[in-house]
Design a protein around this ligand. Structure first.
Ligand SMILES: CC(=O)N[C@H]1[C@@H](OP(=O)(O)OP(=O)(O)OC[C@H]2O[C@@H](n3ccc(=O)[nH]c3=O)[C@H](O)[C@@H]2O)O[C@H](CO)[C@@H](O)[C@@H]1O
Ligand SMILES: C=C(OP(=O)(O)O)C(=O)O
Length: 417
């Protein structure tokens, strides 16, 4: 199994281009099933994106990569079934359900994979699709879904603004008869990006000032060309890497606005930020100062996906930082690995208390999940000695050219088979 070897204590300096957002490109690729013949630009090279293309191919669409673009051909006939092996490869496989039922009127899928962050039920997805007229029956780990006639628009109040459920409803409701209103819809930038793509294909999706999403169903969608937004979580990770190494790094191709909840924490740590709409320069303080409380919340709050990379920087900041994880029940799996590297962290339920230490040291550590793995790599960049990072397949799900990017700004990091 490949692993990363990271020799720490190298100051990061230079410029780095941030890739397109994993959490945008995946639902957009699912939605292409309804429009066909699309060109999607700024698609990162990630194993999750490969998985999405494999699902599209299995369903009957051709996909071809040209540079950072993916060309998706129209599926003449859709096979309507995603096998278990493909479903398990990522969380976003569930977002294909809304697309398949809208296109074919029936679907057979099993449960999705993705990072293990505690229970990740899909009850909100299924209840919403039922409201749109889908009948769902469980059959030995598979869901058999059927639509009588056509999907019908409905009022769908979400008890929690689930990102995936909002996406599934948006895609399915685009071809439903009549209007769908999603109350308490997720507001993440990736939701707006999916809406922009659907609208480019002829859908009618709009957000009202109170944050509700209104989707007026249309008869069919047409092909479109779309460019995916920058990955705000990759940006937050590379800023964390710059901060923890006392570095001076400029990120290109970002959307600063999407990072509004994250950037103030770097300033609190004493880092200087110079921002333009598509560029952020971080000049780190030495030593870093602890952060006040970081509470993860749905957008526009602090993103749960950025919790672990920021925690890695807090490990070497002077003073104590508090993290409160409000989105997932079990998103501190990286903590025992950081402790192996000398971090001082206590976890109680949703709260993690990080006492900054003077120095981290190298160790043999495992990626526990995607962002947890990236966080451990960030810590290793600051640690004395050479860290051996295992199970790096998690990192490949969400970071394009992770080690090349970091090496380009001065990190001593290499992948060994
Ligand atoms: C591929 C993708 O875009 N992944 C992101 C997406 O995941 P994902 O779409 O899975 O996240 P959700 O917003 O749906 O989940 C948030 C919370 O709602 C709960 N829930 C969700 C659905 C449901 O049917 N029932 C239910 O109880 C989940 O268990 C979790 O506790 O949003 C998360 C929250 O911003 C991010 O961390 C993930 O990176
Ligand atoms: C949790 C994440 O991904 P997924 O939902 O695909 O598991 C993530 O991107 O941090």
């Amino acid at each position: 199994m490949p692993k990363l070897l990271i020799e720490g204590e190298k100051r990061l300096e230079g410029r780095l281009q941030v890739h397109g957002a994993k959490n945008s490109v995946l639902p957009i690729l699912a939605a292409t099933l309804l429009s066909g013949d699309c060109v999607i630009h700024n698609c990162p090279r990630l194993t999750d994106v490969d998985a999405a293309c494999n699902i599209l191919q299995h369903l009957g669409s051709e996909t071809r990569r040209e540079g950072d673009s993916i060309l998706v051909g129209a599926a003449d006939s859709c096979c309507c079934c995603i096998p278990d092996e493909l479903m398990r490869r990522m969380r976003s496989s569930i977002v294909f359900l809304g697309a398949i039922v809208a296109k074919c009127g029936h679907a057979r899928i099993s449960l999705p994979g993705g990072c293990e962050l505690g229970p990740r039920p899909i009850d909100l997805h299924l209840a919403a699709l039922e409201k749109l007229g889908v009948t769902i029956e469980e059959d030995h780990g598979y869901l058999n879904c059927t639509v009588k006639d056509r999907l019908r628009g409905a009022s769908i109040p979400l008890p929690f603004p689930s990102v995936g459920a909002t996406e599934n409803i948006m895609i399915a409701a685009s071809l439903a008869e009549g209007e769908t209103v999603i109350k308490n819809a997720a507001r993440e930038p990736e939701i707006s990006d999916l809406a922009a793509f659907l609208n480019a294909c002829g859908a009618r999706v709009r957000t009202t000032p109170d944050g509700d999403l209104h989707i007026t169903g249309v008869k069919s969608l047409h092909p479109a060309e779309h460019s995916v937004i920058p990955d705000r979580i990759a940006a937050a990770t590379y800023l964390s890497a710059a901060a923890v190494t006392g570095g001076d790094v400029t990120l290109d191709g970002v959307c600063t606005e999407h990072l509004a909840a994250v950037l103030p924490y770097f300033e609190e740590m004493g880092c200087r930020l110079k921002t333009a709409p598509e560029e952020i320069r971080l000049t780190a303080a030495r030593p870093l100062r602890a952060m006040s409380m970081v509470r993860t919340m749905p957008y526009p709050g602090f993103p749960t996906d950025a919790q672990s990379p920021l925690m890695a920087t807090a490990c070497v900041a002077q003073g104590s930082s508090i993290f409160v994880e409000n989105i997932f029940e079990s998103r501190y799996k990286h903590v025992p690995e950081l402790i192996r590297m000398g971090a001082d962290i206590k976890v109680e339920g949703r709260v993690a208390l990080v006492h900054g230490v003077k120095e981290l040291h190298s160790a043999t550590v495992h990626c526990t999940d995607l962002r947890g793995g990236a966080a451990i790599a960030v810590a290793a960049l600051a640690a004395a000695g050479e860290t051996e990072l295992l199970d790096i397949g998690h990192i490949d799900r969400g970071y394009e050219n992770f080690e090349e990017n970091l090496r380009g700004i001065g990190a001593a990091i290499r992948r060994v088979p």
